[in-house]
Design a protein around this ligand. Sequence first.
Ligand SMILES: CC(C)(COP(=O)(O)OP(=O)(O)OC[C@H]1O[C@@H](n2cnc3c(N)ncnc32)[C@H](O)[C@@H]1OP(=O)(O)O)[C@@H](O)C(=O)NCCC(=O)NCCS
Length: 168
Amino acid sequence: MSNDISLQRWTAADLAVLERTNTPQMTAFLGGPETQEKLEERNERYVRGWETGAAAMFTIRLEGERDPVGSVGYWPTMWHDLDVYETGWAVTEPFQGRGIASRAVVAVLKHAAEHGDRALMLAFPRVDNSASNALCRSCGFVHRGEEDFEYPAGNPIRTNVWAFGLQG
Ligand SMILES: CC(C)(COP(=O)(O)OP(=O)(O)OC[C@H]1O[C@@H](n2cnc3c(N)ncnc32)[C@H](O)[C@@H]1OP(=O)(O)O)[C@@H](O)C(=O)NCCC(=O)NCCS
């Protein structure tokens, strides 16, 4: 598989990436499209995350494409009293099914292993999110069961728990 993708630190100019991934299809497992106001808040949060350490969010660049083709990143969180990272991702519809998310997630795991200080990266895709569950499996995450979760806040969902060891 060619390695023609790269990750670029999120900037204020990347709001359009969030707008392009805010379709009904792409947010079907995430509670549906967000309002423009929420997208703008998210954009600011992603930029600020780099300054405060609250998140390390990237756009995904594909060689030969002017615009970013998606987003990927990670942020510190707690899971059963453990300090861990959580990761999340999106690849715009025209570019799906080409291994772009797989390469981007491998790159983000490498970034967290090199720059982070936590031992575990977790992902919580909804149990019926076939693409994200396949992505976890193919990137080497280990299945750690199912859990109840809320996403967005107030919306109960059932998720898988996938874990990837960042040390060693
Ligand atoms: C999840 C997502 C990022 C995958 O992006 P992608 O670039 O198409 O993924 P890849 O091409 O790298 O494929 C990754 C794996 O998923 C599988 N896959 C991709 N799309 C799939 C689908 N619709 N159904 C089942 N499996 C699928 C691939 O076959 C591959 O598995 P393999 O390595 O075992 O063959 C993309 O579908 C997306 O943005 N979805 C909407 C946002 C979302 O749900 N985010 C996650 C919230 S937890």
